[in-house]
Design a protein around this ligand. Structure first.
Ligand code: MG
Length: 501
């Protein structure tokens, strides 16, 4: 058996090496590549993807998995071998289910949809995007049918991003969340003018910002000998191995939080990647448990640590050094208020911690209704605007600031958005557990002491890589799946303090 396992590992390591090469090309595309390189790069990426897929989905991979599965589970559910076989079997079953013709059709439809969406958003013309959205929905329905589901086709799609998640389990979470947030949003709206973000707005030298965020991520524990930070239009993290996990950020001259919290967010993702055991490199155990668990890491560092008063107390002297004169009179409390201002907004990516999950709720309602045929594509903008009014009390003047704002649907991703909310919920659960295991940890950032916090995450989350399904991991380390209460308590305590209610 050991020989067969070595054979499987060798095969998977080759596939992973190809995928890692694709990731380098993808990183380069967003960070360095001149526009003229687009066509050749797309050809290289698709050739590598085909190579990787045909090697991975080959019948021989399936035979090895079948012959090893029982042996590996016999070594104990927590063993490397058992986790390896569970993960590779899940991936293999998905890979062989979708016929190559379907994959090709899906990929053609999404590249056309991305172009159409880019133009439609620019012109704020939903009608021009509508046929593409319809095609994406139809293809996703077919995909769900091929992958299989019990209650809703949405479940099959969700499972691609958050293994094990279902609509039936998400629904009560969203309901509770919306009910808990509504009164909070009202209280904040009644005191809208009492918190200002002027302190972090307007005229910050961008080279100084980049220097600052490099200093910050290093202090958090990001290892520059196993990664680097660059700038790109949309910040992202990419892992080639645990020895090379890269992040990007985006500076905006007039809005310091873009680079500041963009970097801390991506750093949270990257710490997860850098913290995965090296023996998981080039195995199916590399990477995070799911998108939701990954997002719990980025949101934990960005919001729970990065937007706390102790963090602001530590940050303030760094800001004074980088931006002479700008912060001389500011107090940590003023900085804390400035980076936590809450207000209903049209754009999801600009939303604060309180309103953010309502943006996800709205997107979730729209995409489940569309997929299940309860909402027609032509009526989607009207649905969007009516729900914006109910949830936020504001209505976008243009679809570009409403239903057309996000790229995900044109990428073919239906069922992706809920992972953002799951990440937010899990981040608060992690903080709650840390209160028990590491009393006093919330004050540590004031002294720039981040290592004990990172150490806890390493030990309870990072060390497992992709060995467990998200719910298994949460049960094991937190004693329950995703819950709404810790998050609601956290935002209520924080924002009642900030806004004085
Ligand atoms: Mg993220």
């Amino acid at each position: 058996m050991q020989n067969k396992f070595e054979e499987l590992k060798k095969r998977i390591a080759e596939v992973s090496a190809i995928n890692s090469a694709s990731a380098v090309l993808g990183w380069d595309q967003q960070v360095n590549m001149p526009p003229g390189g687009a066509e050749a790069r797309a050809a290289s990426l698709s050739a590598l993807e085909e190579l990787s897929h045909s090697k991975f989905a080959a019948p021989e991979t399936g035979r090895l998995i079948d012959s090893l599965y029982g042996w590996a589970q016999g070594l104990g559910a927590d063993s490397f071998e058992a986790g390896y076989l569970r993960a590779v079997r899940r991936d293999y079953e998905k890979a062989v289910k979708l016929p190559p013709e379907f994959v090709g059709e899906f990929s053609r439809a999404t590249s056309e949809a991305i172009n159409a969406w880019t133009k439609a958003r620019g012109d704020s013309d939903f009608k021009a995007f509508a046929p593409h959205l319809q095609r994406i929905l139809d293809l996703n329905l077919r995909k769900a049918g091929i992958l299989g589901y019990k209650a809703s086709p949405y479940d099959a799609l969700l499972d691609l991003y958050e293994p094990g998640a279902t609509k039936a389990r998400l629904e009560p979470l969203f309901k509770k969340l919306a009910a808990g947030l509504a009164p909070l949003i009202k209280e904040i709206a009644a005191r809208a003018g009492s918190v200002s973000s002027d302190l972090v707005r307007g005229g910050f030298d961008e080279a100084a910002q980049f220097g600052l965020v490099n200093e910050i991520v290093e202090a958090l524990g990001y290892d520059f000998s196993r990664g680097r930070q660059d700038r790109s239009a949309h910040p992202f993290t990419t892992d080639f191995s645990a020895g090379d996990v890269r992040i990007t950020t985006r500076t905006e001259r007039d809005w310091l939080p873009a680079a500041l919290y963009g970097s801390v967010h991506e750093c949270g993702h990257a710490l997860y990647g850098q913290g995965t055991p090296r023996e998981f490199d080039f195995t199916p155990l590399a990477g995070g448990a799911s998108l939701g668990v990954h997002e719990s890491q980025s949101r934990f560092w960005e919001n729970i640590v990065g937007r706390s008063l102790p963090f602001c107390a530590w940050l303030l002297p760094l800001l004074r050094k980088r931006f002479p004169g700008r912060f001389d009179k500011a107090s940590p409390e003023e900085l804390y208020a400035a980076v936590n201002r809450s207000a209903p907004s049209l754009i999801r990516v600009e939303a604060d911690e309180v309103t953010y999950n309502l943006h996800i709720l709205l997107r979730y309602e729209a995409e489940t209704s569309l997929l299940e045929g309860r909402l027609k594509v032509a009526d989607a903008p009207e649905f969007w605007n009516a729900r914006m009014k109910e949830l936020f009390g504001i209505v976008p003047a243009r679809d570009s600031e409403g239903i057309l704002q996000d790229i995900h649907w044109s990428l073919g991703a239906i069922g992706y958005f809920p992972t953002y909310t799951l990440g937010n919920l899990i981040s608060a659960q992690l903080a709650e557990k840390m209160d028990k295991d590491l009393p006093g940890w919330r004050g540590l950032p004031a002294r720039g002491e981040f290592a004990p916090i990172l150490g806890w995450l390493r030990k309870h989350v990072h060390v497992h890589g992709r060995k467990y399904l998200p719910d298994e991991l949460l049960m094991k380390e937190l004693g329950s799946g995703a819950r709404v209460e810790p998050f609601l308590e956290y935002v209520k305590a924080k924002y009642s303090g900030l806004y004085g209610f």
